[in-house]
Design a protein around this ligand. Sequence first.
Ligand code: DGP
Length: 113
Amino acid sequence: MKDDCIFCKIANHVIESDYVYEDDLVAAFRDMNPLAPTHVLVMPKEHYETIVDGVPAQTLAAMVHAVEEVAKSEGVAETGFRVTTNTGADAGQVVQHLHLHVLGGKRLTDDLA
Ligand code: DGP
């Protein structure tokens, strides 16, 4: 855990949040500025800055599993949803702790770029 990282603190319950899924490796909680009816952040409990920061395969698999669990529990697995991860400055990454955005619950726009 990185002491000055807000997502480390939330993922490890140093600060509590609105969790929707959790296991040994991963936590998922609602984004504080939701862009869609479902906007959940899925992240590892260990600190990695981005998806290209040497994340172990087991952790990546746990994150994908968490996406499936969240999509099902949020009711968007059938209707459709989007998974994104902002990586670095050009993508506008604000929090430097790897996280996947799970967005759904409405018809999403095409403007990914
Ligand atoms: P980005 O790093 O660009 O993927 O954006 C970070 C996202 O994390 C943004 O949608 C807002 C959200 N966020 C930032 N700080 C907190 C927080 O303390 N709690 C929650 N629930 N969400 C946060």
